[in-house]
Ligand binder design. Structure first.
Ligand SMILES: C[S@@+](CC[C@H](N)C(=O)[O-])C[C@H]1O[C@@H](n2cnc3c(N)ncnc32)[C@H](O)[C@@H]1O
Length: 285
């Protein structure tokens, strides 16, 4: 999982043979869509270091033999992929998206008479994105008093989901949240010296967390999402994978629903049933 202390031991690690790096990267690509070109070799070695220590395996070639020749893959796939995902996230990351939600999307939905608004954060990492969504939606909708909301938050990485479900963060990470929202939705943790805080239980209860691999053939998710956030994950995928993932996500969005991508992401060259309505924000036809 993220912000991995990549190299927690300075001991040299035996690298991969080219064949083993190729086997491992091909497997990770098939399983998760994440591309690992040879330029990522050093990153992969660093990120697997902790995993090898946990398994008491001395070299990456031995690890690959365990995975691919000795039947270890079934047990190890989740840990392998957990180690290799990049989970960087922040509260109020790319804040224009949340402003657009409050200024345009939510008022329009209320004007249309919607009484329940369903949002999906489809690569939620440690939870900053779904909790930011919950703060702005709760604040807006509680003052309007005419609609309820629910948030589905999913990710492939089991480690980040544990953090997200717990809802406890270092106080400093909440700094980007506007002060009134912090006062309303964030509580100091009991150990003040630790400078931790936790998301208010009432807000947490609005979010359902689950493991979901965007590479799965189909998603066990309703097809009536009003808004889908899929931010800063497509950058790890190639074009055919982006097309396949976004086609499936669009099928889970109602007509007129909104798709929000990260600012470095584009749908150019893809064939999708959406129209662009703002920078990196799209509406389902
Ligand atoms: C860089 S984080 C982005 C988090 C958040 N959306 C944001 O923009 O701050 C990318 C997340 O995508 C997740 N991810 C990578 N491949 C995935 C897949 N195939 N299915 C679901 N999630 C995936 C990673 O585990 C990671 O938490």
């Amino acid at each position: 999982m993220t912000n991995k202390t990549d190299v927690s031991s300075k001991a040299p690690l035996q690298g991969f043979s080219p064949r083993n790096f190729q086997r491992l990267s091909a497997y990770v690509y098939r399983y998760s869509g994440i591309k690992l070109p040879p330029s990522k070799l050093t990153m992969v070695e660093g990120r697997l270091r902790r995993r090898l220590r946990a398994l008491q395996i001395a070299t990456l070639d031995e690890y690959c033999a365990y995975l691919f020749d000795q039947g270890g893959l079934d047990l190890e796939a989740v840990h392998l992929v957990d180690s290799l995902t990049t989970n960087k996230t922040d509260f109020f990351r790319e804040p224009q998206h949340f402003a657009f939600l409050v200024d345009h999307i939510l008022p329009k939905m209320l004007a249309e008479g919607r009484s329940r608004i369903k949002v999906w954060s489809s690569a939620c990492s440690t939870g900053a994105e779904p909790y930011t969504l919950a703060m702005v939606m709760d604040d807006f909708l509680s003052s309007e008093g005419r609609a309820t909301y629910s948030i589905l938050a999913t990710d492939l990485c089991t480690q980040v989901l544990k953090v997200a479900q717990r809802g406890v963060y270092e106080l400093d990470t909440l700094a980007p949240a506007p002060a009134p929202l912090r006062q309303k939705y964030v509580r100091n943790a009991s150990d003040r010296a630790a400078r931790l805080c936790r998301i208010a239980p009432a807000l947490r209860s609005k979010i359902g967390f689950a493991r979901l691999n965007l590479m799965d053939q189909s998603y066990a998710v309703g097809r009536d999402m009003d808004v889908i956030f899929c931010r800063n994950v497509l950058i790890y995928f190639d074009k055919p994978t982006q097309q396949a993932v976004l086609t499936k996500l669009c099928a889970h969005m109602r007509t007129g629903g909104y798709l929000v991508l990260g600012h470095a992401e584009t749908i150019s060259g893809l064939d999708l049933p959406v129209e662009q309505i703002a920078n990196t924000i799209f509406q389902r036809r």
